[in-house]
Design a protein around this ligand. Structure first.
Ligand SMILES: NC(=O)c1ccc[n+]([C@@H]2O[C@H](COP(=O)([O-])OP(=O)(O)OC[C@H]3O[C@@H](n4cnc5c(N)ncnc54)[C@H](O)[C@@H]3O)[C@@H](O)[C@H]2O)c1
Ligand SMILES: N[C@H](CO)Cc1c[nH]c[nH+]1
Ligand SMILES: [Zn+2]
Length: 428
């Protein structure tokens, strides 16, 4: 049952506390993660083997699986499952391949030509979650844009299963992506291994992928310790559903539960334009929850979530913009008039027949998205995340005549004589 707040009577402080999530007020997660990073830096592979034993309850013989092992595992899945993964792969590929666009060169002054060229990030590390559920779909969401961008080295880490293997679905996705090795390492230790390198695991330039609070904290921490960057903070899943009187309460409840089942720390927020809708969704939640295999996790997430009563869709969107959800669902027939008011959201799902699960798996958009309010400033993963854009310029003799004195004056007013000389010497 979702606890209800009335938007009209909420004070700023109350809104601030409602929209806060996954904070680490006592620094407990930071301390654990700092310890893990330190251990991986000093003892490398041995730390990874020890943590696999401690957290994943596996005694690893090898830290990775190679092409033969991946081939064998990929063959264990059914043809219809292979086909579903292939369709997801193709749709993600179709959507992401439009993202690599060439920009035109610009002549800012006669003879002064500037342009940008796209270059792939050479070495990328992909983290595929595997704690409470193994997510082969995440491998497609990260691997497809990495391949389109042309990244040379793709390092993949995922926690080992209890038999020291990965599942056949992950193996099949590796084959679709033509990746022939996977490291059996999870959690903060996987992030540390890819950030610093170990005897077995290569150091990368950028680390991608979602994960629990340990993974997310490790990603934010390694940025201050290395020159390795990250895609974004992509932590426990969250959804905010806006529903008006046209919404089907059963659909709304199903969408809330779909994200709630990721884990107890997921959030599923309902913003509705009447108390009747909230009541009907609560009834639907009570009907649907008991039938779910992951009802315990989903139930805990629903307990940690809430509903907000808004006067109308504009007010509902005002709350949503403050919350900045990873996923925003507009369960209203009137969505077209309102999309322009959406300012902060990772990925948006419009109308009654667009379940968020479609974006999680197969419609084509990426499911690696900013959480915890970071949708205010970060985009989800795309091909852009895997490339840099390098600027170039060329100045001709005519160009130097046009721009030369401007640069000389600006260098002089900053008191940088050598900068001025670099122009003057070419003019004389
Ligand atoms: N934002 C996104 O784009 C997005 C996408 C997919 C999934 N997700 C989220 O990713 C998360 C995946 O989490 P998960 O736990 O299932 O898998 P995970 O792979 O992120 O974490 C599992 C690992 O966590 C480590 N760990 C577990 N308990 C620990 C402890 N007490 N101390 C230190 N390390 C510990 C272990 O090494 C374990 O291998 C979920 O919260 C899901 O909602 C987010
Ligand atoms: N909803 C998750 C992102 O928060 C992605 C996912 C993978 N599998 C199922 N769902
Ligand atoms: Zn999901």
């Amino acid at each position: 049952m979702l606890k209800t707040y009335n938007y009209a009577t909420l004070k700023k402080q109350e809104i601030d506390s409602l929209i806060a999530r996954n904070t680490d007020p006592s620094n407990a997660i930071q301390e654990i993660v700092d310890g893990i990073i330190q251990e991986v830096r000093t003892t490398g592979d041995q730390a990874l083997i020890d943590y696999a034993q401690k957290f994943d309850k596996v005694a690893l013989n090898s830290l990775y699986l190679d092409a033969d092992a991946i081939d064998a595992l990929a063959q264990t899945i059914h043809r219809d499952q292979q086909r579903a993964l292939e369709i997801a792969f193709q749709n993600i590929h179709k959507f992401h391949s439009t993202q690599l666009r060439r920009e035109r060169a610009v002549e800012t002054m006669p003879g002064v030509k500037c342009w940008r060229e796209v270059r792939p990030i050479e070495k990328v590390g992909l983290y595929i979650p595997g704690g409470s559920a193994v997510l082969p779909s995440t491998l497609l969401m990260l691997g497809v844009p990495a391949r389109i961008a042309g990244c040379k080295e793709i390092v993949v880490c995922s926690p080992p299963q209890s038999n020291g293997q990965i599942n056949g679905f992950v193996a099949y996705c590796l084959k679709l992506l033509k990746i022939d090795r996977i490291y059996l390492v999870g959690g903060a230790q996987a992030v540390a291994a890819m950030a610093f390198g170990t005897e077995s695991i290569p150091k990368v330039d950028k680390i991608f992928g979602p994960g629990n609070q340990f993974v997310t904290k490790a990603k934010s921490t390694i940025q201050s310790l290395t020159n390795v960057s990250i895609d974004m903070p992509a932590g426990p899943s969250e959804v905010l559903v806006i529903a008006d009187e046209t919404a089907n309460p059963a659909y709304v409840a199903a969408d809330l539960l779909a994200q709630a089942e990721h884990g107890a720390d997921s959030q599923a927020v309902l913003v509705a334009t009447s108390q009747e809708i909230i009541d009907a969704v609560n009834v639907a939640l009570a009907e649907q929850l008991p039938a779910l295999p992951r009802r315990e996790l989903a139930g805990k997430a629903i307990e940690n979530s809430y509903a907000v009563l808004a006067a109308d869709l504009r007010e509902a969107l005002a709350f949503s913009n403050s919350y900045a959800p990873e996923h925003l669902i507009l369960e209203t027939s009137d969505w077209e008039r309102h999309t322009r008011y959406i300012l902060n959201a990772g990925s948006v799902f419009l109308g009654h027949l667009t379940p968020e699960s479609a974006g999680d798996y197969a419609s084509g958009t990426n499911h690696t998205l900013p959480t915890s309010g970071y949708a205010r400033s970060y985009s989800g993963v795309s091909v852009d995340s895997f490339v840099k854009k390098v600027t170039f310029q060329h100045i001709s003799e005519v160009g130097l005549q046009h721009i030369g004195s401007t640069v000389e004056i600006l260098a002089e007013l900053e008191g940088l004589q050598a900068h001025k000389n670099a122009v003057s010497i070419r003019k004389s």
